[in-house]
Write a protein that binds this ligand. Structure first.
Ligand SMILES: [Mn+2]
Length: 374
């Protein structure tokens, strides 16, 4: 039996889209995720025997030299402790280029560095008394044949644990740019555990009797790519593969949807947001629902920004509250005339794109008629 820390998509060296100096601070802190991962693997309480990095360890193929040195230093700590380390290049840190970090540093890279361009039985290693048959590949532009989903997988060995590592996707019909994997062929290969990278939000799949799993990105890099916030540990060689997760205690990029339909004025909205933000937050508030007042995004952001590390507010509301619009429409005023005119257009339009434009015009027009700089 052995326990594996399954890592992928750490994207070390990714620079967050935040204002300086916060950007630099978050960048430096986020790069420490490799040190934290190695500390976890070395924690005797975890009983980890092997660490696998299934692609996109770095955010690009030429990370800054300091980051390379630090990463190698931490991976060496694993090697020194007798923990097996396997690194698979991904699509961000592609091995394809002549100046790729994995070509330049191949000689001093700790543990096993996968370089074969097509699915191959890389090696058989002894892990905590078990034979581990390792199948993997390193996507190499112009050499790896990925015009069709990969289907040519070496069959599982009869003896030992069969572990496959792919920075690719079983979900390629969703249109993502990735190394496509044929699920039927993968099921037929009969591996015990298929460790996947590439899909940052994580998720399990069941090709045949195998267990495939995207461990996901532990530490997020943006509001759109917020990370899963947990470590993935897999137990192998003792019955079917078992996955356990462990909270990484990494501050997430928080995204909160707030329905503004219940508020009657700006001050109520501002107060409600104040109640939910924490001092350590890097947070995005998405306003949804219908609205009865001008949410004034700039005013919100500037009055809330010193209550946390960073706040972004996005107006995703559908527009004005219907009862408010009806009330305006009944007025014998220019505003009433404007609303009636746009309402008429809304009943006549049958193109959804044009309808969007009219709703936007109703929104902007009413803001303008309330005065101010709109
Ligand atoms: Mn990735």
């Amino acid at each position: 039996m052995f326990r594996v820390l399954h890592l992928a998509d750490l994207h070390l060296g990714s620079r967050p889209n935040l204002p300086l100096p916060l950007q630099e601070e978050v960048y430096r802190n986020r790069n420490k995720v490799i040190e934290t991962a190695v500390d976890l693997a070395l924690d005797p309480g975890q009983g980890i025997h092997m660490v696998i990095i299934v692609g996109d360890l770095f955010d690009n193929h030429q990370p800054e030299p300091v980051l390379i040195d630090e990463t190698i230093r931490h991976l060496k700590r694993l090697e020194s402790a007798g923990i097996a380390v396997v690194t698979v290049p991904g699509n961000h840190d592609e091995i394809t280029y002549i100046d790729s970090v994995y070509r330049r540093e191949a000689k001093r890279w700790p543990g096993i560095l996968v370089t074969e361009p097509m699915p191959t039985l890389i090696t058989k290693i002894n892990v905590n008394g078990d034979v581990c048959n390792l199948v993997s590949m390193a996507y190499t532009g112009g050499v790896s044949k990925t015009d069709k989903p990969l289907a040519n997988f070496p069959l599982a060995e009869k003896q030992g644990v069969n572990l496959a590592l792919f920075h690719g996707s079983l979900d390629w019909n969703t249109g993502e740019r990735s190394v496509p994997l044929d699920g039927t062929a993968l099921a037929a290969a009969g591996y015990d555990y298929i460790a996947l990278g590439h899909i940052h939000r994580g998720g399990k799949r069941k090709p045949g009797n195998s267990l495939a799993n995207y461990c996901g990105m532990v530490a997020g890099k943006s509001f759109n790519d917020p990370g899963v916030g947990y470590w993935t540990i897999v137990t192998l060689g003792d019955g079917p593969a078992r996955i356990t997760t462990l909270s990484a205690n990494i501050r997430p990029w928080r995204v909160v949807d707030m329905d503004v339909s219940v508020f009657n004025e700006y001050e109520e909205l501002e107060e409600a947001i104040k109640q939910l933000i924490e001092p350590e937050d890097i947070i995005k508030i998405r306003l949804i629902g219908t609205i009865a007042f001008d949410p004034n995004i700039e005013r919100l952001e500037s009055s809330l920004n010193n209550l946390c590390r960073y706040i972004e507010v996005e107006n995703n509301t559908e527009g004005w509250k219907p009862d408010m619009v009806s009330k305006y429409a009944a007025e014998p005023t220019i505003r009433g005339f404007f609303v009636r005119r746009l309402q008429k257009q809304l009943t006549e339009v049958n193109d959804p794109e044009k309808e969007k434009v009219i709703r936007k015009a109703l929104w902007r027009g009413l803001l303008a008629l309330k005065g101010g700089n709109n």
